[in-house]
Each structure stands twice: as C-alpha cells, then as structure tokens.
Design a protein around this ligand. Structure first.
Ligand code: NI
Ligand code: MN
Length: 226
C-alpha cells in the first residue's frame, strides 16, 4: 500500500482502491501536482473548510469518484452534480470492500464557498479499513476519546494534525499518539502557511519519548510504502 502526502491534510492512499482524503490542491503552496492530474476512486472529506473540501468537487467529477462525508457535505456534493455518500459520527459505509467509519473531531465545519460560510454539518475524522486500518483525524483538538478510538478500531497508521492555531500542537498530538497506539504516526496540517509552521522532527522526538509508535515524516509528492 502506498501513501502520498499532497501537503496539508491531503493524502492519496493507493491500495485495493485509490482513496483521496481532503484534497486541498488549488491554493495549497505545498501541493506537488495540479488537481486535474489526480486519479482516484473514492474521496473522503473530513469537513467543509476550504483547506479540506478543497478541489473535491472537480476531482470527483473528473474521476466519477464518490465523495464520502458527513450528511450535509454529501448533500452539497450531490447539489454540485457528483455522487455524495453521507454518513455520520459513529457510522460506517462500505464501498468497494473498504469500510469507512466517521469518528468525532472537535472543530468547526462551515463550507467556505461563494465568499461566505454555510453549515457543513459537524467536522469528523475517518477510520478507513483497507489492507491496513487508517485513522485520519481531520482537524481537531486533543480529546480523551482518542483513547477509545485507539481501543475500538486499533488503527495501524494515524494521520494527526500538528500545526497548532487551528488544531492540536505537536505536544498535544504526541499525547494523542500515545493514546491511539498505532504502529505508524504521520504528522499533517503543518508548514502549509506561516500560522501552522512546525518542526516535525520535534514531534517525532516527543512521540517516540512517550510510546512505541514510529513517526514517519512524509515528503510531499513522494510515496511511502507501508
Ligand atoms: Ni478546518
Ligand atoms: Mn484545516
């Protein structure tokens, strides 16, 4: 299975199917490619903010790929002429043999479109059960139910935001990693813009001082085999 970081919270997971998460490509200074170049089978969107919903609609159109998201964002997708598969916190949908479960995230989720925000429902994280179990936390602060997420789903790979300002900072994310206990932790949502500047090596040392998880610092556009 291959994981490619596309900058910020965007990842392309290539296994049984090609899963694209939070495709913020246009306007993302770290993006290694153009939105039109991305090929995928399924898109997951954690919440409505522009740096997550991003290019999901045009990419979904071009690839005839469904968007899995919270009910309100799935309806937004349908209104924009693409397949939207709605779910909600604690619920799962199965697509092409892969199970997608939505889990809570503590954040906000207004859709930033047409110059104003409107409700994108609640923000979420995803548990994706494919060859490995993945946990993409979305944008969130730390919360103690991350222990429960670790216990219930036993994710082998976790994607955690470390940028601070809008999400957890490295210290909180390291504490979260020690609760989730996945084999691999991948930091995200940092260094895209000055307000989320962080040193991922410091995060790596923090995590590895607290638990046995290995921190893999991805390079944008460079696939990591897991
Ligand atoms: Ni956000
Ligand atoms: Mn964000």
């Amino acid at each position: 299975m291959k994981i490619t970081w596309l900058g910020h919270a965007a990842f392309l997971i290539e296994g049984e199917s090609r899963i694209l998460i939070d495709p913020f490509i246009s306007g993302n200074p770290m993006a290694p490619c153009k939105a039109e170049e991305i090929e995928c089978d399924i898109i997951c969107v954690t919440h409505g903010h522009g740096d997550h919903l991003g290019d999901a609609i045009p990419i979904a159109k071009k690839n005839s790929a469904p968007i899995i998201a919270i009910h309100e964002i799935a309806r937004y997708a349908v209104k924009h002429g693409v397949e939207g598969i709605g779910a909600n916190l604690g619920g799962s949908v199965e697509l092409k043999g892969i199970r997608f479960t939505m889990v809570q995230a503590w954040h906000s989720s207004g859709i930033d479109a047409s110059g104003f925000g409107f409700s994108g429902g609640d923000p979420a994280g995803f548990i994706i059960s494919t060859q490995k179990v993945l946990y993409h936390a979305g944008d969130t602060c730390i919360f103690s139910d991350m222990k429960l997420i670790g216990e219930l789903y036993k994710p082998q790979i976790s994607f955690l935001p470390i940028g601070d300002r809008f999400t957890m900072n490295p210290e909180h994310a390291a504490k979260a990693a020690s609760w989730i206990k996945s084999d691999i932790v991948i930091p995200m949502h940092y260094n895209t813009f000055p307000p989320v500047a962080q040193n991922p090596s410091e995060f790596k040392s923090l995590v590895e001082s607290l638990c046995d998880s290995e921190v893999v610092i991805c390079e944008v556009g460079k696939a990591v085999e897991v």
